[in-house]
Design a protein around this ligand. Structure first.
Ligand code: KIV
Ligand code: NA
Length: 269
């Protein structure tokens, strides 16, 4: 079926059809996700953690994001070319000024054919969201727990649990909608607040640890596949235990090489 567009996501919200989003960082995974019918692939700056092994999302650079984005776009273009591809703008690529944010969003869009960029923040990025969408680059917002602000928060606990932060989040969501954002990620906030934001916005909300009332859901691909046995937050549902499967396969391979049972005559020329 047809490539997913920002218009299509708005229609899905209006029709009550939930939006499925997963992250990907490489060609092979993106191709599998697109074939399997995921609506949106997010090239998240979570690549900093789950691909590169950093403790936070802060170290990843714009050139590294573009490298991942190019591989993901090639995976989507390889066959079905259905999924929308959204690229995270990394830490300090959009905060200094709207001018620099536009230059970097333009660079991301120009160097390959992705569909949109994503950035964290509410009122502080509203002007920037407007500047970027005005020139024709779709922007996805991100509110609640914003991992690029982890050193300000000091922990990854649930955000907006009390009145003031909750009110601010609702205002921020409205501000970035007015600024032209086509969707907004809500990360790790109470379900009830996510429900209210979802009801008050025209654009779709995409939740992660934000309960069942969002217009869509997003998870990190490594998390749903169980690639990290230590990481088990309650908002992740595991659909596979790839860590154990890969571990078993590698141990077997090592044994087979050591014992000489690999390669067999059939596996040789
Ligand atoms: O970087 C990321 O993977 C994200 C999603 C989890 C929303 O921002
Ligand atoms: Na991110």
């Amino acid at each position: 079926s047809a490539h997913v567009t920002t218009r299509r996501l708005l229609d899905m919200k209006e029709n009550g059809e939930k939006i499925s989003v997963l992250t990907a960082y490489d060609f092979t995974t993106a191709r599998i996700l697109d074939r399997a019918g995921v609506d949106v692939i997010l090239v998240g700056d979570s690549a900093s953690n789950v691909f590169s092994g950093h403790n936070t999302t802060l170290p990843i650079t714009i050139d590294e994001m573009i490298y991942h984005a190019k591989a993901v776009v090639r995976g989507v273009q390889a066959e079905t070319s259905r999924a929308m591809v959204v690229i995270d703008m990394p830490f300090m690529s959009y905060q200094l000024s709207s001018e620099e944010a536009l230059r970097n969003a333009g660079k991301i869009m120009k160097e390959h054919e992705c569909d949109a960029v994503k950035m964290e923040g509410g009122r502080i990025v509203a002007d920037t969201v407007k500047r970027i969408t005005d020139v024709g680059i779709p922007v996805m917002g991100h509110l609640g727990l914003m991992p690029q602000s982890i050193y300000k928060y000091g922990s990854y606990r649930v955000r907006a649990q009390e009145g003031r932060e909750a009110e601010q989040l609702l205002e921020d969501a409205k501000l970035i909608e007015q600024a032209g954002a086509f969707a907004v990620v809500l990360e790790k906030i109470p379900s009830k607040l996510a429900e209210e934001v979802t009801a008050q916005l025209t654009i779709p909300t995409i939740g992660i640890g934000a309960g069942p009332f969002c217009d869509g859901q997003v998870l990190v691909i490594n998390d749903i596949l169980g690639l990290n046995r230590e990481f088990r937050p309650r908002f992740v549902r595991r659909y596979a235990e790839l860590d154990a499967i890969i571990d078993g396969a590698v141990r077997q391979y090592v044994d087979d090489v050591k014992s000489g049972s690999f390669p067999s005559p059939d596996e040789s020329y």
